[in-house]
Write a protein that binds this ligand. Structure first.
Ligand code: SF4
Length: 320
């Protein structure tokens, strides 16, 4: 059954490497996305679409954000979540209402729909937008992002370029490098020649640091990361290039009153390192965090997965 509502509208705040204490906002149903990236930390896309959906009302979104920011300090309210946020047809209104509360708004998008005028208009009032580009050729684009058939790299790049010209907030582009898929010299060279034409404030070179949709999608070696960072720095200036390769630290998680519901809502959009989950639960006054986690795992609510030797908790529905 296609769910038109996300499971929960807000989650966190969680510690974000770029945004500080970021309150996540979830506006599209689970794994509703125009891509099915091989490295997606949410698992395989179950609803591959470029049609925008309605879902929750912008007022409900603003109310959910307001309830949290009254109690906890946040640096950004960030539209991210279980699917691609620009597929939410009332994103513009929701951004406007959240900003009215006095919170800065970020949107983490795959950027695949920026060729649409309505999507660019919806994002115009955000303070921070980060999109992605993971390929320099159509073939690699299909391999790494596995996009909806109506999308082409050319169309996506045209949208990124167009948006970068009109957007007045901070615009970032993230490039995720996957070993043996998009990290060859020729691919990097083509990516750089596309990226130099995009007027972004920052280019983030990154690798998957959490469990990926396809387990063979592994992080590119650091040598490849630095090859891209260096080539980009030469093309656009080193002040516009940043590395995003370290996993998140232990601080910055906030859990609501219901401990179980809170940990479930974080893991639904964000694989959570086992040691961080235990630490957070301990801080919330749970006496035996390991026991509670084991209970959630054995009852099928959470799943334990291992990625590069580290244990993570994920919401079990995603790997079902
Ligand atoms: S990584 Fe983002 S864009 Fe890619 S499939 Fe997952 S949710 Fe969609």
């Amino acid at each position: 059954v296609k769910r038109l509502r996300p499971r929960s509208i807000v989650f966190g705040p969680v510690a974000s490497r770029r945004l500080g204490r970021s309150l996540g906002i979830n506006v599209v149903p689970y794994k509703t996305c125009s891509y099915s990236c091989i490295y997606c930390q949410l698992g395989e896309t179950t609803n591959l679409t470029i049609d925008r959906v309605d879902g929750v009302s912008p007022e409900e979104v603003a109310e959910a954000v307001e309830r949290i920011v009254k109690r906890v300090e946040v640096d950004f309210a960030t539209f991210v979540g279980e699917g691609e946020p620009t597929l939410y047809s009332r994103l513009g209104k929701a951004i406007e209402l959240v900003k009215r509360i006095g919170v800065k708004v970020a949107v983490l998008t795959n950027g695949s729909l920026l060729w649409r005028e309505d999507v660019r208009r919806d994002l115009a009032e955000a303070n921070y937008v980060c999109a992605k580009l993971d390929a320099g050729t159509e073939e690699t684009f299909r391999r790494v992002n596995r996009p909806h058939p109506a999308l082409s790299l050319e169309r996506v790049v045209e949208g990124l370029r167009e948006f970068s010209k009109s957007f007045s907030g901070f615009f970032g582009i993230q490039i995720m490098l996957v070993e043996g898929v998009n990290d060859s010299d020729s691919e990097l060279e083509k990516m750089v020649s596309i990226l130099r034409e995009i007027d972004a404030d920052r280019f983030y070179v990154s690798i998957p640091t959490r469990p990926t949709a396809l387990s063979w999608a592994r992080p590119a070696p650091m040598e490849r990361v630095s090859a891209l960072a260096k080539a980009l720095a030469r093309a656009v200036g080193s002040e516009r290039v940043a590395l995003l390769t370290a996993p998140e630290g232990p601080d910055g998680f906030y859990l609501g009153e219901d401990v179980v519901e809170s940990i479930v809502s974080i893991t639904a959009v964000h694989p959570l390192r086992m040691d961080l989950a235990e630490e957070v639960l301990r801080r919330m006054g749970v006496e035996n965090p390991r026991k509670l986690i084991e209970k959630l795992v054995s009852s099928g609510v959470l799943k334990l997965v291992s990625y590069r030797g580290v244990d993570y908790l994920i919401y079990s529905r995603r790997r079902g």
